[in-house]
Design a protein around this ligand. Structure first.
Ligand code: MG
Ligand code: MG
Length: 280
């Protein structure tokens, strides 16, 4: 996994195409966050997502991926990632992670958000802290991307951000290691893998035109996971709740463009002192 993996680069024109796919994903996730209510099934959310993706002239990339039956992954409470949309009825206070992928003209976008069903007022304080710590860690990882830097600086930044959150919240967070970020482009998953934790290796050096999905998965307990009998749903082995945030990101000599963020990442990158560099 940590060998010398190839790191493909994209041209500015290809990155612009990926931005179109990224915007479809970002808009779909925004719609999901605005729509989700207690009493809805995860399947109802999924149907709305598919309708929206297709209405944008895009194709849901998860649907049919190794036989997956949804356009979203909907992972509830102790489910970390890869939850299958179905008859489960969402309850007020559930911690829901929504992962979405779309293809426009052959180019992929991939992103995820975590939220509390019924809004933040309905959330347990520890869940809200987990959601925010995971989102912050994702942005710290993204801000660590720069041409000439080692790719695995991302994982170190994610881990450091979560360690700081642990200290502030007087709580241990578990960083899931079995699932990692990845290159993205004409396929959803390309080399290289991007760990969400500090490793001894530096990984490939980031070059201009690199596009990667950064996606920490963090729990309120163990980092250990197992896959349910449906062969997809990943849950924590101790039943602790988990959060998952993801964005697809392009790195150029000028800086960072977050392809799946509606504002291109501008607000969070500027807050972090990182170079925000949209190509258009
Ligand atoms: Mg994803
Ligand atoms: Mg991904």
């Amino acid at each position: 996994m940590f060998g010398r993996s190839r790191i493909e680069t994209k041209t500015p024109d290809q990155i612009e195409r990926m931005r179109r796919a990224g915007l479809v994903v970002g808009q779909t996730l925004q719609l999901m966050a605005q729509t989700v209510r207690p009493g809805m099934t995860t399947k109802a959310l999924d149907e709305l997502a598919e309708e929206h993706i297709r209405g944008c002239g895009a194709v849901p990339s998860f649907l049919g991926y190794h036989g997956f039956t949804g356009s979203l992954c909907t992972s509830v409470n102790d489910e970390v990632v890869h939850g299958i949309p179905g008859s489960r009825v969402l309850e007020e206070g559930d911690l829901l992670s929504i992962d979405c992928g779309a293809i426009v003209d052959g180019w992929h976008g991939d992103a995820a958000i975590s939220l509390v069903v019924g809004g933040r007022d309905a959330g347990r304080p520890e869940d809200l802290a987990l959601i925010d710590a995971t989102e912050d860690a994702m942005w710290a990882g993204i801000a660590a991307l720069a041409v000439g830097r080692p790719l695995y600086a991302v994982g170190a930044a994610v881990e450091d951000s979560l360690t700081a959150a642990s200290d502030r919240h007087s709580r241990e967070y578990g960083i899931v290691e079995e699932y990692v970020g990845h290159g993205i482009g004409t396929e959803m998953h390309q080399d290289p893998q991007v760990p969400n934790y500090r490793v001894r290796e530096k990984g490939p050096t980031v070059r201009s035109g690199v596009t990667v999905a950064i996606e920490p998965m963090v729990t309120l307990g163990t980092a250990e996971t197992r896959v349910l009998g449906d062969d997809w749903t990943v849950v924590t082995t101790d039943g602790s709740r988990a959060a998952h945030w993801e964005n697809s990101v392009a790195v150029t000599d000028e800086g960072i463009w977050v392809l799946t963020a509606l504002d291109g990442g501008r607000a969070r990158l500027e807050a972090a002192g990182a170079a925000y560099a949209p190509l258009s």
